[in-house]
Write a protein that binds this ligand. Structure first.
Ligand code: 3HC
Ligand code: NAI
Length: 645
């Protein structure tokens, strides 16, 4: 099957690339494009060539699945070069996304035009690599070095209008793209052709600008960004051919690196998790309005997540006063976004106008899906679900945001349990990407599909989880904290364990993070289990809480804190509480400590997999990356532990 079709529009040859789903560049596509250049150069009836794509997008880049396989000719940089040297000028007509190798092919064309909603970018750094087909060499020659640094190191695509302003494209085409592009090509042919991008001059930048750019990417996990700066700098200070050889060298080294392998793993994991195969063909229920019970930390955050996605919200609280508090919680979150410049005052007003808050459960009647986020007490939650069963439509989906309780117990007594599901958001719910979706054995497939569809609308990363204490994330987190305490018992310092976790790539170590969120939350949960008669031994953190040290809120936990200062300082008082329980002399290196923490998480993950709580190891990696700050560039605990074996 040919990937590329050709037809003539007068004296313009129109090529249409069709390689679903995203026109990723395969060896066959490269071969056919190469042949097309030769063929059209030799055809006297052709004055110009229009490169268009079928389906939802322009060429979205190299085929990531081909990375790591033996390269097949023609190589992409040579193809881009061949297109640029074509005797007939090529015009790229871009719709959807022109990404990575797709944009590099477009930069080999003499002209680029795009639909108004098109996106253009070089996202290679997100995969741990740099552009490998002249992206760091042609881009500065096309739009200047400073703009090129932004485009390449951010990995974020530009919208058509921004691309036009920067000079990345020559025109935005309203209406029918191929038709408008042919018109553009005809007009362009009547004027003098611009220089090919590779021979355009590029103004050098001050060394200080390059040094600043390099310094911005000195951290771990930014290896691709750092080397992209290096390649861009070289490209602006050296001739084209030498710059291409340099880019290639860096590209190949990065492509074969651990970070790139990890980021490719995450790329495919993120595309697999939202689409469980068992839901293929299952139509989700429509959700036009979401109900939320509870306007505390989570209820307010979930409400903002819904409103940011344009979904109207009905919030129900215990009484009018609590309902008003719920609204002010929402307002406080939105005001924070306004302060940070993420939202305008008008948008904030619009978000608030879409929230109806009251103490009257009957207001939930029109809601298609209701999320309960009240206190973590089984009796309170069961009472809420009894109310929901009374007031909600029989086909409304009912969800609980419980962290630890068994959803089956929460739904007991609700008629039609096939419409019930766990939706475990993470705090702050308007920011954290992770959403654990927890079906019970009774949950209907279309209800589960509705949960996944809602996650998509809210911009969340959904991961299916089975029922056990803490589901996937909190269960692994508990094991992580226990391992961190074990390292203390073996004689390592609190700050040593935290530093090891940070060196590995966590934003915070386990102990400073507990001080920030408060040691009392997990303590109270364990006290609850003890009150039920379960044998739950005291952890070291329980001992600190019993000594009045709950974290930053009490000016001390694992560390001490000066008033108004969140800097953790080693604590003699904490040490006194811990000392009787320390049984070793430490001695592990930072890397060994981090490996212990990661191995413990992976070990728990393997149990979770064996029990069927997670569907795939890569789902566990996503839970840790999107819910717990596990460094993305290591691929998650399962991937990292498997690699280090
Ligand atoms: N290679 C292989 N498969 C790809 C791919 C790629 N570059 N990009 C997307 N796919 C696959 C996905 O895995 C998915 O497959 P599935 O249906 O079997 O699960 C399918 O295409 C659809 O992908 P999405 O669900 O992401 O589709 P969307 O419509 O939501 O998004 C997109 C489309 C914006 C193009 C998005 O897929 C995307 O951002 N892709 C990555 C683009 C990229 O990173 N390109 C650079 C590649 S590296 C490169 O070009 C190196 C060069 O410089 C030499
Ligand atoms: P919170 O204490 O901040 O808010 C709970 C709210 O529920 C309060 O505003 C309270 O007035 C309201 N409420 C209590 N009983 C009610 C009733 N019968 N009807 C209506 N409203 C009622 O608690 P938070 O932190 O928001 O937690 C809520 C749920 O979310 C819990 O199940 C918790 O385990 C879960 N969760 C919490 C996370 C967190 O980090 N705080 C993370 C993920 C889940």
């Amino acid at each position: 099957m040919q990937i590329i079709q050709q037809h003539m529009d007068g004296d313009i040859a129109v090529l249409t690339v069709d390689n679903p789903p995203v026109n990723a560049i395969s060896a066959q596509m490269r071969q056919e494009l190469w042949q097309a250049v030769d063929r059209l150069d030799a055809d006297p009836a052709v004055r110009a060539v229009l490169l268009t794509c079928a389906g939802r997008t322009f060429i979205a880049g190299a085929d990531v699945r081909e990375f790591g396989q033996p390269p097949v000719e023609p190589h992409l940089p040579d193809l881009v070069d061949r297109i640029e040297r074509a005797e007939k000028p090529w015009v790229a007509a871009i719709h959807g996304s022109a990404l990575g190798g797709g944009l590099e092919i477009a930069m080999g064309c003499r002209f680029r035009v795009a639909a108004p909603d098109a996106k253009l970018g070089l996202p290679e750094v997100n995969l741990g690599i740099i552009p490998g087909a002249s992206g760091t060499v042609r881009t500065p020659r096309l739009i200047g070095a400073e703009a090129a640094i932004g485009l390449v190191t951010s990995g974020r695509p530009w919208r058509a209008q921004q691309a036009l302003t920067a000079g990345l494209i020559d025109a935005v085409v309203e209406g029918d793209l191929p038709e408008g592009a042919v018109k553009f090509a005809r007009a362009a042919l009547s004027a003098e052709l611009p220089l090919p991008v590779s021979v355009r001059p590029v103004a050098p930048l001050d060394a200080a600008v390059w040094d600043r750019a390099a310094a911005a990417f000195a951290g771990p996990g930014q290896q691709a960004q750092a080397r992209a700066v290096e390649s861009l700098r070289y490209a602006t200070e050296h001739p084209f051919d030498s710059a291409m050889r340099n880019e290639r060298r860096i590209f190949v080294a990065l492509r074969d690196s651990d970070q790139a392998a990890a980021l490719r793993h995450v790329f495919f994991a993120e595309r697999a998790a939202p689409r469980p195969p068992e839901l293929k063909g299952v139509t989700p229920r429509g959700v036009a309005r979401v109900g939320i019970v509870g306007g505390g930390t989570m209820g307010a955050g979930i409400a903002v997540a819904c409103r940011n996605a344009g979904v109207p919200v009905v919030m129900v609280e215990r009484d009018d006063e609590a309902a008003a508090r719920g609204v002010s919680n929402i307002r406080a979150i939105l005001a924070g976004s306004v302060k940070r410049g993420k939202l305008t005052e008008a948008q904030m007003a619009d978000r608030l106008a879409g929230v109806e808050a009251s103490a009257d459960y009957a207001r939930l009647a029109p809601c298609d899906l209701v999320i309960e986020a009240v206190f973590e007490e089984i009796g309170v939650k069961q009472a809420v679900f009894a109310e929901l069963a009374r007031v909600c439509r029989a086909d409304a989906v009912l969800a609980t945001n419980t962290s630890y309780l068994d959803p089956r117990r929460i739904f007991e007594g609700v008629p039609g349990q096939d419409r019930c599901v766990g939706l475990h958001f993470f705090s702050p719910a308007h920011i954290m990407k992770l959403l654990e979706i927890v079906p019970t054995p009774d949950t209907a497939p279309d209800v589960l599909a509705t949960a996944f569809a809602l996650a998509g609308r809210l911009g969340k990363m959904p991961v299916r989880a089975g029922i056990c204490e803490g589901f996937i994330g909190n269960r692994i987190f508990k094991r992580y904290r226990a391992e961190a305490e074990k390292l203390l018992v073996e004689g390592h310092e609190v700050q040593q364990v935290d530093a090891a976790a940070r060196d590995f790539g966590f934003r915070m170590g386990p102990f400073e993070a507990q001080d920030l969120s408060g040691l009392d939350i997990a303590f109270l949960q364990r006290e609850g289990l003890r009150a039920e008669g379960q044998d739950v031994p005291d952890t070291l953190s329980d001992r600190l809480v019993r000594a009045g040290r709950k974290g930053q809120k009490t000016a001390g936990g694992w560390y001490d804190y000066a008033k108004g200062d969140r800097t953790p300082r080693p604590s003699a008082a904490a040490q006194e509480v811990l000392a009787p329980h320390i049984a070793g002399a430490g001695g592990l290196s930072s890397a060994q400590i981090a490996a212990r923490l990661v191995d413990a998480m992976a070990d728990e993950g393997r149990k979770i997999l064996a029990e069927g709580i997670a569907s795939r190891a890569s789902d566990i990696d996503l839970v840790e990356i999107h819910g717990y700050g596990f460094p993305r560039w290591t691929g998650g605990p399962m991937f990292a532990a498997a690699r280090s074996r």
